[in-house]
Design a binder for this molecule. Structure first.
Ligand code: CDP
Ligand code: MG
Length: 861
C-alpha cells in the first residue's frame, strides 16, 4: 500500500534489506547527490493522527510479526586511557551510574530522549559513552548545540577527558572550526548540521546525532528534529541505521514525546537523577528598573558578608557583562603580588544568610558609598597630582589582571545599548588600584557567546588562592555551561529576546522578563556542589505576574511568511505537513505559501518535476533566494532586493523603517504643502520627504519644533532613525555584496526615483491592491496598501487601509503577473520587437485579481 507503513521487521536484517521497498517509494525524495546542481527536495510524509490510527490497526492485524526489531550496533569496545584525576571527577557525575542503561537503550532504539538537570553530565559524558562503545569507528558522532560558546567549550572538554586531540574531537560553526579527516566526535552549531542536510540528506557521515539543549527550542533545533524524525527511518531502510539522541534539561519533554506528527511511537525517555543541593530563593522587596545596579549591590553584599563560594550573575548581553565585570573588578581588584590567603578568614561562615544580607544595621548603600568615596578621593588625588605635575607612585600594569577589550563585535548583544551602561566607566578607570588592594579580591570573569575561547575556558578553573570567583554571564550559563563551585546566583530576571514587528517582520532585540522556568534553571546553578542561594533582584509579584511560565519556541514567535521562505530555501517543500515539535498554525502556513506565490517568491515547479501524487508543491524562485537574505518579512525583503538592483537601497531602507513604525503622521496633513491630491501617507515620496526633512531639523536641533509644526510624531521619527541604522547594518552584514551607508540628511527622491519607489512598493505589496469604486475626492484610481484593518463598532464599523501608495494599473501585469489574467495579444497597436531585451512586446487587455478588475491595455513580453 502507499500508506506510511510502520517499521515492522522480522528480525533478520539481511532479509529486510532484500525485501525493502524501492527508495522512490519512500516519502522523502533525495536528490542525486552526485549532481551538485540537483536540488534536494525534502518531503515530509503526513503522519496525522488518523494515519497513525490506521497504521496501528494494521499492526494489530499483523500481530504475529510484532517482534522487537533488531537494530545493528557496534560490538567493539574502544579503550580509553583517562587521566586518573579526570576519572575521579567523572565518577561524581550522576550520569555515570546510568552508562549501561543508556547504552542499552541506544543500542536497541533509533530514538532516545535523555532528560536531566543541567550539570548532570549529559553533554560531556554521552559522547564518550558512544565513543567507547564503538560508534565512532566507521562514522562520526555528531553533537549539535544552539550556542557557539557551548560548541567550542564542550568539544574541548570531551577531547580532554578522552585524552584525544582537537583533530579527533572537533567543532564546527559558522566562520570557525577545527574538523579534520580524523574527527571522531564533531560538535557543531545546529545551523551547521542543517546546512549539511542540504547537501547530504541522509547524513551519511554520522552513526549517531545528538541534539543537545533541545529544550531551548531554537528554530534550527526544531527544524532539525523534524527532519531527523524522517531521516532516521530512511537510514534504516538503506541498511545503515542512524541514531537520534535528544538531550534536554528537564523542561517540557512532553513536547517531544506527545507529538504524534514527530514520532509515531514516543521514544523512550531516560531521566537522569541528579544530586541537586537545596537552593534558597530570595526576592527583593521592590523592583528597581536599574537591574544592573541592583545586581551590583547584591554581588557586593554577598562578597563582603557571606561565606566562601562562587557568585554567578545573570545579565542580558555582552555590554552589560563587560560593564559589570569592570565595575566589580574595580571594587575588589586582584593583585598578583599580594598574598590573599590570610584574608579568607575575614568572611566567617554565617548561619543565617537572610539575616546577614537583609537585616543588618549597615545598609546596602554603605558599601556602594564607600566605593564611591574611595573613587572620589582617588580622582581628586589624581587631579591634584596632575596639576602639580607630580606623578603618583608608579605601578606596573602587568601586576594587575586588567580588564581587556577583546575587540570582538557582538552582533547580537550590542544593539539595544541603553544609556545606563556608560555612566561611570571612565571614573572606574581612573581609580588607583593601590587604594583598593586591602579587600578580599573578586576573581571576576565574563561569559557570553562571542567571547573568545581562551577566555571562555577560564570560568572552569578555580580562582587564585584567596580570591572569590564571580562570573558575570548572559543566559549561556543557564543550561549550556555549568560552572563548578557556584553557591550564589544573582538573577536580574532579564534576558534578550528577538522581537518581530508584526507588520514588516523587522526584528529587534528587546530586554524582557525571563520565564519562570528560566528563573528556576538559573537558581539551580547555585546548588551544584553544595546548598546555595539565589537572589532575584526583583519582587515575587513580578515573578508571578510578569514572568510567563515558558516562552513560546522561537519558531512560533517568528512571522510565518519568513519561516516558510526559510524552510523552502532549505529544500523543505512541504512546509504545511512538516513535523514541527510545536507546530505553527497550519492555515497560517498555507496562507503564507499563497501570499509568497502571488509575490513571485515561490512558484509551482515546471510540470515535468511534479509527481502525480503531489497536489501542490511550491518551490522557491531565484528572486525568492535573493529575498531570503534580507532580515525582514519576504514582501519587504523583495522591495529591498529589487531596490538594490536600482541603487535605491538607502531610500527603501528608510521607507521600510517608516512603514514599521505606526502613526508617523498624526493627522494634520493640512500643514503639508498641498499636492492637489489627498495625501497618501504610505507614499514613498511623502514619507521620504518627511523623514529627510525631520532629519535635517534634527541635525539643527529643531526636531521638536519641526515635528509639531508638520504633524509628525516625534517619537516615531526617533524610532525610524534607530531602525534605519539598525536595518542598514543588518543588511550590510547579511546580504553579500551590499554595503550601504545611512545618509542622515537624505535628499528627497526625484520624480523618476519616486516613481520607481512606488513600483517597488507595489512589487512587495502586489497582493494588496485596491481600486476606487466611489469616493470622488480621491483622485487615485489604483492603490496598494500596507494593511487593512477594522475600526468602529456595529453600523459604524468600516475597513481602513493603512499606508496607501498610488500605483498605475499598467504596472500590474509587469510587477504582479501572478495575479493577472491576460487575454489574447491585441493587434492594435501591433507587436513590437524590443532591442534592449531582445523580446517581442505586445499589448494585452486583461483582468486583475479575484475581483476581476479590468486592466487598461499594457505592454508585456
Ligand atoms: O550537559 P549537562 O548540563 O548535563 O552537564 P555537562 O555540561 O556535561 O557538565 C558536567 C560537569 O562537567 C559539570 O559539573 C561541569 O562543571 C563540568 N565541566 C567542567 O568541569 N569543565 C568543562 N570544560 C566542562 C564541564
Ligand atoms: Mg549540557
Amino acid at each position: 500500500s502507499d500508506d506510511d507503513e510502520p517499521e515492522i521487521v522480522n528480525g533478520d536484517d539481511e532479509k529486510e534489506k532484500e525485501t525493502q521497498k524501492p527508495v522512490d517509494k519512500v516519502d522523502i525524495t533525495v536528490a542525486d547527490t552526485n549532481d551538485s546542481k540537483a536540488e534536494t527536495a525534502i518531503e515530509i510524509p503526513d503522519i496525522t493522527k488518523e494515519n497513525v490510527k490506521k497504521n496501528n490497526k494494521k499492526v494489530e492485524k499483523d500481530i504475529k510479526v510484532e517482534k522487537k526489531p533488531l537494530l545493528e550496533h557496534p560490538t567493539v569496545h574502544v579503550e580509553v586511557k583517562r587521566d586518573p584525576k579526570i576519572q575521579v571527577a567523572r565518577l561524581k557525575l550522576p550520569i555515570l551510574g546510568e552508562e549501561q542503561r543508556i547504552m542499552e537503550l541506544i543500542n536497541e532504539n533509533e530514538f532516545l530522549i535523555v532528560a536531566g538537570e543541567t550539570g548532570s553530565g549529559k553533554t560531556t559524558q554521552i559522547p564518550q559513552f558512544l565513543y567507547e562503545a564503538g560508534y565512532a569507528e566507521h562514522k562520526m558522532i555528531a553533537v549539535t548545540e544552539p550556542r557557539r560558546v557551548a560548541t567550542v567549550a564542550m568539544a574541548a572538554r570531551v577531547g580532554y577527558e578522552l585524552g584525544l586531540s582537537s583533530k579527533e574531537v572537533s567543532y564546527l560553526m559558522r566562520f570557525e572550526g577545527n574538523v579534520t579527516k580524523d574527527t571522531k566526535i564533531k560538535f557543531m552549531t545546529d545551523g551547521v548540521l542543517l546546512k549539511e542536510i542540504q547537501s547530504d540528506f541522509l547524513l551519511s557521515k554520522y552513526s549517531v546525532v545528538i541534539i543537545d539543549e533541545a529544550h531551548e527550542r531554537s528554530v534550527y533545533t526544531d527544524i532539525l528534529l523534524g527532519l531527523l524524525s524522517r531521516i532516521v527511518p530512511l537510514r534504516r531502510k538503506r541498511g545503515s541505521p542512524l541514531r537520534l539522541i535528544i538531550m534536554s534539561a528537564t523542561l517540557r519533554v512532553e513536547d517531544f514525546t506527545e507529538n504524534t506528527r514527530l514520532f509515531k511511537d514516543p521514544p523512550p525517555v531516560i531521566n537522569i537523577d541528579s544530586r541537586q543541593f537545596p537552593v534558597t530563593i530570595h526576592f527583593n522587596k521592590n523592583t528597581n528598573s536599574d537591574y544592573l545596579k541592583e545586581a551590583y549591590k547584591k554581588a557586593v553584599k554577598i562578597h563582603t558578608r557571606l561565606p566562601e563560594g562562587g557568585i554567578l550573575i545573570f545579565v542580558t548581553g555582552q555590554q552589560e557583562v563587560r560593564y559589570l565585570v569592570k565595575k566589580l573588578k574595580a571594587a575588589f581588584p586582584y593583585r598578583k603580588d599580594v598574598d590573599y590567603t590570610k584574608l579568607i578568614t575575614k568572611n566567617k561562615p554565617v548561619s543565617d544568610v537572610d539575616a546577614a544580607l537583609d537585616s543588618e544595621p549597615e545598609d546596602i548603600e554603605s558599601d556602594d558609598d564607600e566605593v564611591e568615596r574611595e573613587m572620589k578621593r582617588a580622582r581628586k588625588a589624581r587631579r591634584k597630582a596632575k596639576q602639580k605635575s607630580k606623578t603618583l607612585p608608579k605601578i606596573n600594569l602587568d601586576d594587575y589582571d586588567m580588564p581587556e577589550d577583546d575587540g570582538q563585535a557582538d552582533l547580537v548583544d550590542d544593539e539595544d545599548s541603553e544609556g545606563h551602561l556608560s555612566d561611570s566607566d571612565a571614573e572606574e578607570d581612573s581609580l588607583t588600584p593601590a587604594i583598593k588592594s586591602c579587600r578580599q579580591p573578586l576573581w571576576v570573569l565574563p561569559l557570553y557567546s562571542m567571547l573568545n575561547q581562551n577566555k571562555q575556558a577560564r570560568v572552569f578553573n578555580p580562582p587564585p588562592a584567596g580570591a572569590r570567583l564571580c562570573v558575570v554571564s548572559t543566559d549561556v550559563a543557564e543550561t549550556s555551561i555549568t560552572i563548578p563551585s557556584i553557591r550564589y546566583v544573582v538573577d536580574t530576571g532579564k534576558k534578550k529576546m528577538r522581537v518581530y514587528d508584526h507588520a514588516t517582520g523587522a526584528s529587534a532585540w528587546r530586554v524582557v522578563w525571563t520565564s519562570q522556568a528560566s528563573a528556576g534553571q538559573r537558581a539551580g546553578r547555585a546548588g551544584r556542589t553544595a546548598s546555595g542561594h539565589a537572589y532575584r533582584v526583583y519582587s515575587s509579584a513580578v515573578f508571578q505576574h510578569d514572568c510567563p511560565p515558558h516562552h513560546a519556541p522561537d519558531l512560533c514567535r517568528r512571522p510565518v511568511d519568513d519561516l516558510v521562505l526559510t524552510m523552502k530555501c532549505m529544500g523543505i517543500d512541504k512546509v504545511v505537513n512538516f513535523p514541527f515539535p510545536t507546530a505553527p498554525d497550519r492555515m497560517q502556513l498555507r496562507l503564507a505559501e499563497k501570499r509568497l506565490e502571488a509575490l513571485g517568491i515561490l512558484e509551482k515547479p515546471p510540470v515535468k518535476n511534479v509527481r502525480k501524487d503531489d497536489e501542490e508543491v511550491l518551490k522557491v524562485t531565484p528572486l525568492g533566494k535573493a529575498v531570503s537574505a534580507f532580515p525582514l518579512l519576504p514582501r519587504y525583503g523583495k522591495m529591498l532586493a529589487l531596490s538594490h538592483q536600482q541603487n535605491l537601497l538607502p531610500f527603501t531602507i528608510a521607507l521600510v523603517s517608516a512603514l514599521t513604525v505606526p502613526e508617523v503622521m498624526t493627522g494634520k496633513p493640512d500643514s503639508w504643502p498641498a499636492t492637489g491630491n489627498v495625501l497618501l501617507l504610505g507614499d514613498p515620496g511623502v514619507l521620504l520627504r518627511a523623514i529627510g526633512a525631520a532629519e535635517y531639523a534634527y541635525v539643527k536641533g529643531e526636531e521638536e519644533v519641526f515635528c509639531a509644526k508638520y504633524g509628525l510624531r516625534e517619537k516615531a521619527i526617533k524610532e525610524i532613525r534607530k531602525l534605519r541604522k539598525q536595518l542598514t547594518s543588518e543588511i550590510n552584514l547579511s546580504v553579500a555584496g551590499v554595503n550601504v551607508a545611512v545618509d542622515p540628511e537624505m535628499k528627497p527622491p526625484n520624480d523618476n526615483q519616486a516613481r520607481l519607489l512606488r513600483q517597488l512598493v507595489l512589487s512587495g505589496l502586489g497582493d494588496q491592491v485596491g481600486k476606487k469604486i466611489a469616493l470622488d475626492e480621491v483622485k487615485q484610481e489604483w492603490v496598494v496598501f500596507q494593511e487593512l484593518y477594522e475600526t468602529g463598532a456595529d453600523e459604524r464599523r468600516k475597513m481602513v487601509m493603512r499606508n496607501v501608495t498610488a500605483i498605475e494599473p499598467e504596472w500590474l501585469p509587469l510587477l504582479v503577473p501572478q495575479l493577472c489574467n491576460l487575454g489574447e495579444p491585441l493587434d492594435d497597436p501591433p507587436p513590437r520587437y524590443d532591442e534592449k531585451s531582445g523580446r517581442v512586446k505586445c499589448h494585452f487587455k486583461g483582468t486583475f485579481g479575484k475581483a476581476g478588475w479590468e486592466l487598461p491595455t499594457a505592454e508585456v513580453d
